[in-house]
Design a protein around this ligand. Structure first.
Ligand SMILES: *Cc1c(COP(=O)(O)O)cnc(C)c1O
Length: 239
């Protein structure tokens, strides 16, 4: 069912992906880090399941989505073998009434920012005999706002997640604030991650870095990069 449009899109994604891999390689070299310690998550929000299939064929192992309805439909559209080979990360803000639904298809939930969400995910995952990898989202903006627990409250929330039988605490996630130096923000995130790892040695993941700041994230020790537009192209303006 391959059309010339498919081929064009595949070639474009391949070129973008190669450029991103090149940036990650350089950033790892500059930081003296092993490239194998950094996982690239392609953030496919706003883009169709066909793009996910292209990316999977190009070697992408992890996809990220931030809206429940879109994510659920897209994952359901993937052929079984493609879905089976992918790790699906939910990276968007969650309401507790959506958490149960996300627990059906996500493998990793990166955006746990309060105890209520942890409880709802745990209950839903347990009911489906699933275990989810879980990250605590930390708010680095300083202003209490959209998404993320305040850094000083992250440790207690991590304890709560670690105490959930159907969640596996893996570490922390954050988005760099728009108006701040990402290097400085990611350094603060790394400090929070260190404290949590002291309590929970298995919590080794640090999800940080997007299209615009992946180099700073690698320098700060990121293990997971969430890259959208640099791979897929620019999205329609956020609603
Ligand atoms: C959209 C999104 C990304 C990817 O952003 P790009 O700048 O397109 O790379 C990463 N993380 C989260 C939480 C997002 O919502």
């Amino acid at each position: 069912m391959s059309t010339s449009y498919d081929n064009e899109r595949r070639d474009q994604l391949a070129a973008n992906l190669a450029a991103v891999h090149d940036r990650i390689d350089r950033a790892c070299t500059a930081a003296g880090r092993d490239r194998h310690d950094v996982t690239l998550i392609a953030v496919t929000k706003f883009f169709p399941a066909a793009d996910v299939e292209h990316l999977a064929a190009l070697g992408v192992t992890d996809m990220g989505e931030n809206r429940d309805q879109e994510a659920a439909a897209k994952v359901a559209e993937l052929p079984e073998d493609v879905r089976g080979a992918l790790t699906v990360h939910f990276i968007g803000q969650l309401q507790s009434n959506k958490a149960a639904h996300v627990a059906r298809y996500a493998d990793v939930v990166q955006s746990i920012d309060r105890a209520k969400i942890a409880g709802a995910l745990d209950k839903a995952a347990a009911a489906q005999d699933r275990t989810l990898d879980a990250l605590v989202q930390v708010d680095l903006s300083g202003a209490t706002g959209r998404g993320g627990v305040a850094p000083q409250d992250a440790r207690a929330l991590a304890d709560r997640v670690a105490g959930c039988a159907a969640l596996r605490l893996r570490g922390v996630m954050a988005v760099a604030p728009l108006d701040a130096d990402p290097a400085e923000a990611f350094a603060r995130l790394a400090d929070v991650a260190d404290v949590i790892r002291g309590d929970h040695p298995e919590a080794t993941w640090l999800s940080a870095g997007m299209s615009g700041d992946l180099e700073q994230a690698v320098a700060a020790g990121a293990t997971h990069l969430r890259v959208g537009s640099a791979i897929l192209g620019s999205r329609p303006a956020a609603r």
